[in-house]
Each structure stands twice: as structure tokens, then as C-alpha cells.
Design a protein. Structure first.
Length: 317
């Protein structure tokens, strides 16, 4: 039990550090990494009006997202079960399509930069450049870019109706992997959407991105609640709870409660990571993921039972 507690504390520290790093990077670091840290794209126009996109390399949210997507595949398939295989294929295919759509969003964002500013290098795909010169961006291309960001990163984040990979992957993966995915990976995906919303707000049409975030947030909460009500698999229940909480994050940003969103993201990372680790202990003790077959938890495993009930209550307050 001491080893399990140490593992839980260690994982919680990792989740907290990852969340703080994702949600609160300083300006100098963002300048080095560029907008979203996905691609540092140099946008130039040729004499015939076409774009030449020079991809200088990928960093945090491009290369790391791709690496994470590939690295998670064998972890989800760890148990070598036919359900694990199905969850692995869902994760790989759906998330790959989502990242491809997010990449198109970067191209659309580059297209929103005026020709004169692109040729002079006045505006680059840096968050500081985009927000300070947002009024000069093409509104149509910027709105198209945000839609692709919302759909692309929303797929990786688990917003409904793009969430179909998440319950299978989180329920079939080992509990430690589920804790890391739910506590860190989802928040990192949400950072891309948040940056897009910041640029849209600076450009003078925050209502456009806010309404989309409100719609997706409320719909995610509704879908998750419907599936949680009849769920007997406690790991899938936690997975749908993550969908619900991602909807709450989107709803908070759409309402303008950015600070509250940050606090909620940190709390969700810590609590949901601990819940997935606890679910792993339950699975090892009872050899089942069916909540209806788990009886006498407080009597047989009082430490696990007390913490499980406490965290479940805190996660739904």
C-alpha cells in the first residue's frame, strides 16, 4: 500500500507539473516555441500570390502530440485483448485525423496574415505577434482556422461528438496510462483551442469562438451525463467523466472564466489521476471492472474505499 501511495503522489506531481506547463507558459518561452508550439511557419507570398510555407521544425504541440499519439498505441494495447485492439485502432485513427485537421488550421491561420506583413516578416505565427496585430488578420481565414482548431484539438481533447475514442482507450489501457492521458494529455490539447480563442478575442470577434465553445461544452456535458447514468464499468465511467470535465473547461472559457478554467484543469488532473490509480487497485483486488460486483470495499480495503469515496465526491462538486 505504501508503494501505491508513493506512486499516486508521484503521478499527481507529474500531472500538476504538466498542467501548469501547458496552461501557463511565459511569453519568452512562447516566443521561442511559436504559436501553439506546433509549427514555426514562415509565411511568404510569391509574385503570383501563392503561399510558400517553410516548415522550420516541430516542437511541443506538434512533434510531441504526434509522438504521444504513437507512444500511447502499444500502451493501450498492453492487455492484448480484442477490446484493447479495438480501442487502439479507434485512438490511432480518430486522433490522427484530429491532428491533421489541426494542422490545416495552422495553414488557415497563416493564410489570414496580410501579404505585406508576411513579406516584411512583421507578423509571424507567434502568439504575441498574432494578438498584438490581430486587427490586421483576415477575419474569414481566422474564423476558419479556429473551426479547424476546435475540431482538431477537440478530437484529442475528447469533446463530444469527437470523443468516441476516449472511453475505449481509457478503460482498456492500464490504469497508470489512463491517469496520465486523462490528467495531462487532454489539457495539453485544450491549450491549442485556448490560444485560438485568445487570437479571435484580440481580433475583435470573441463571440464567434465563445459561442462555439459554449455549444461544444454544453453538448459534451450532456452526452457524458447520459452515458454515465447507465454505466457499470467504473473505468468507462471515469472516462466519460473526463469528457464531462473537458466540456466544463470549454464552457468556462466560452463564458470568460479563464482563471476558473485554469483552477478546474489543475483540480481535474490531480483528482482524475488519483481516481484512475485507485480504479487500478480495485481491479487488482476484485478482478473486475463492474461496479456492481465490488462489494464490501470499506470493510475489506478501508484505505482504498475511503479515498475512493472522497475523490468521487470531490470530482463532482
Amino acid at each position: 500500500m505504501a508503494d501505491c501511495n508513493a506512486a499516486a503522489l508521484g503521478t499527481g506531481a507529474v500531472l500538476l507539473a504538466a498542467t501548469i506547463n501547458a496552461m501557463g507558459e511565459d511569453a519568452s518561452l512562447m516566443q521561442r516555441r511559436g504559436f501553439f508550439g506546433v509549427l514555426q511557419v514562415e509565411n511568404r507570398r510569391e509574385s503570383d500570390g501563392r503561399f510558400r510555407l517553410l516548415l522550420h521544425g516541430t516542437t511541443l504541440h506538434g512533434k510531441q502530440f504526434l509522438d504521444d499519439s504513437l507512444a500511447d498505441v502499444p500502451l493501450i494495447y498492453y492487455h492484448r485483448h480484442h477490446r484493447s485492439l479495438e480501442a487502439t485502432w479507434k485512438y490511432l485513427l480518430i486522433c490522427s485525423v484530429g491532428l491533421a485537421l489541426a494542422m490545416i488550421g495552422n495553414f488557415a491561420l497563416a493564410a489570414s496574415i496580410p501579404q505585406s506583413d508576411a513579406e516584411s516578416g512583421r507578423i509571424n505565427l507567434l502568439l504575441t505577434d498574432l494578438t498584438s496585430n490581430a486587427s490586421r488578420l483576415n477575419p474569414t481565414w481566422l474564423q476558419i482556422a479556429f473551426v479547424f482548431f476546435l475540431v482538431g484539438y477537440g478530437t484529442k481533447m475528447g469533446l463530444a461528438p469527437l470523443h468516441t475514442w476516449l472511453p475505449d482507450a481509457h478503460s482498456e489501457a492500464p490504469s497508470l496510462v489512463s491517469a496520465l492521458m486523462s490528467g495531462s494529455l487532454l489539457n495539453c490539447a485544450f491549450l491549442g483551442i485556448l490560444r485560438g480563442h485568445q487570437v479571435c478575442s484580440a481580433a475583435g470577434f470573441p463571440a464567434f469562438s465563445s459561442e462555439l465553445l459554449l455549444t461544444f461544452g454544453l453538448f459534451s456535458m450532456f452526452v457524458a451525463a447520459m452515458f454515465i447514468l447507465g454505466q457499470t464499468d467504473f473505468k468507462r465511467m471515469l472516462a466519460y467523466s473526463s469528457v464531462e470535465h473537458m466540456g466544463i473547461l470549454a464552457l468556462a472559457v466560452g463564458c470568460g472564466a479563464t482563471f476558473g478554467m485554469g483552477l478546474h484543469a489543475i483540480g481535474h488532473s490531480l483528482v482524475k489521476g488519483s481516481l484512475f490509480l485507485t480504479s487500478g487497485l480495485l481491479l487488482a483486488a476484485y478482478q473486475t471492472k463492474k461496479a456492481t460486483r465490488v462489494h464490501g470495499l470499506l470493510a475489506d480495503h478501508p484505505v482504498i474505499g475511503d479515498r475512493k469515496s472522497t475523490r468521487l465526491n470531490s470530482s463532482h462538486r
